[in-house]
Design a protein around this ligand. Structure first.
Ligand code: ZN
Length: 146
């Protein structure tokens, strides 16, 4: 069944490596094949050295909540039914300058509004999980103990 959610374009060559890894349950970060600088979101050229060489570096999938919001209507219809829900920005453990946007959930396939927003704190340790929607594996975040 097709979802009404907004999903990434898997045919986009620049980000294809990211989404292919997600489909395998791995979180990767685009890294310059020449100078080694990491970048997110994926881009065709390194902003530091202008190289187009790309390496997909495996991430630990661990990070901390850098910021978050709680979404309330008005929202797109597919998302209004889920509200209120959180959207978190996570900084990765191996490089806090690399930040990803997602939802904090209790379980990989849980509803995006299942975590009580009042319990979310900046700096909270999280780890990635993947949730399949149509042909996309979306990275999401769950709490971790340490
Ligand atoms: Zn570079």
């Amino acid at each position: 069944m097709e979802t009404a959610w907004l999903l990434p374009d898997l045919a986009d060559e620049t980000a294809a490596g990211f989404w292919a890894a997600c489909a395998e349950g791995r979180l990767v970060v685009q890294t310059c094949g020449d100078c080694g600088a990491r970048r997110m979101p994926p881009r065709p050229m390194c902003p530091h050295c202008r190289s187009t060489a790309v390496v997909w570096e495996e991430s630990s999938g661990r990070g901390r909540i850098w910021s978050f919001i709680v979404a309330h209507p008005p929202l797109l219809p597919a998302f209004a039914a889920e509200a209120p829900y959180n959207a978190v920005i996570v900084e990765l453990e191996e490089d806090p300058a690399i930040r990803l946007v997602g939802n904090l959930v209790a379980t990989a396939d849980g509803a995006i509004g299942e975590v009580d927003p009042a319990t979310i704190t900046i700096g909270e340790p999280v780890e990635v999980v993947f949730h399949r929607i149509d042909d996309v594996s979306l990275p999401r975040w769950t709490r971790r103990a340490d």
